[in-house]
Design a protein around this ligand. Sequence first.
Ligand SMILES: *Cc1c(COP(=O)(O)O)cnc(C)c1O
Length: 426
Amino acid sequence: MTYTPAPLSAAQLDTNDPLAAFRQEFHIPPGPDGRPCAYFCGNSLGLQPKAARAAVEQEFEAWERLGVEGHFHGTSPWMHYHETLAAASAHLVGARPLEVVVMNSLTVNLHLLLVSFYRPTATRYKILMEGGAFPSDQYAIESQARLHSLDPADVIVELLPRPGEHTLRTGDIEATIQELGDSLATVLIGGVNYYTGQAFDMAAITRAGHAVGALVGFDLAHAAGNLELNLHDWDVDFACWCSYKYLNSGPGGTSGVFVHERFAQRPDLVRLAGWWGHDPSDRFQMKKGFRPMPGAAGWQLSNAQIFPMAIHRASLEIVERAGGMAALRRKSEQLTAYLETLIRGLGLPTTQLEIITPPDPAQRGCQLSVLVHQRGRELFNFLAGRGIIADWREPNVIRLAPVPLYNSFEDVSRVGEALARFFTEE
Ligand SMILES: *Cc1c(COP(=O)(O)O)cnc(C)c1O
């Protein structure tokens, strides 16, 4: 007789979790019964770190006490504030500090990067993206085509799953890139698709793009703070991400940008310029003639937005203290696998309920997207009534994103129990 150990209970898994204490560092909103909710919307808006308020207070205090002198004095002078984010941002995405900068918000940065990294010519002018990309990315790319007086329908090539499939195959992406060949100017794909939760093989896509002479960038909105990234080693040309999803830096929070080191000393690259990207040695001489700073910093436009950056800094500090993305990812894979086990354990036919996120952990982050073929909205409301905050995407997908910093295995087991109850009460 073979001995199969009983699966560990949620409580045991929480006891064994080396990151369990980090949950205490976040404000968990109350559910309808007053207990903390089981929050699975970190892919949309991460929860508030308790340290965020003090970080902002510190800057209020500096402003109150120092006025304009806060640029040069105080605990963290504003002149150099954004520089204090570079090391942690570099760790976060696997980059050198020179390759990253924090500024603006995500869609703004997408545009700034496309201005430099989408330079269509008469023959090389196509952009490859995922079909069903996040709408802001679609609009950004359409309008970039128009900026060059090109027809978006002629410029944009969308990657679509094979019939009957929900996600893309890496081999198909590579084949499309090869087919496009020297008509392909730029590849811009989400690191993780917001809808399906599929994580793409960014190294393979970058290799394939470079092999045909294209530039390759990623929108990491759903990847930053979710996956271990190695943008430098993967040789990615450019990338950007927001800070308010998996990076818990508050609604509309600031954004991060990556530009590969090989472009660090390329003042000739076309870009939209502003004084904060100018060589700081004579920034205040207010002279004509833009000379960009080396690296990603040379894409900055405006002086730093201190308040959102203060929250972001507090948040990045938590990620660093937790052991960085390697540590977060270890727990994340376990949490998501646990959720997957509970959902599959219901034994429902795929005609009723289907996980469209890939089962392979290498091809997903923490999110599972569940296609609910009947009574989806009703199920979503049932979960909400039990203090389980998921999100609903038309026409019938429930996205659940257990995140390693503040979700517990107990949170995940609440979903399992609620689903079991919903489907047995039928
Ligand atoms: C969340 C998200 C955005 C949002 O862009 P903002 O400029 O921050 O409003 C854009 N693209 C993707 C892929 C996203 O997931």
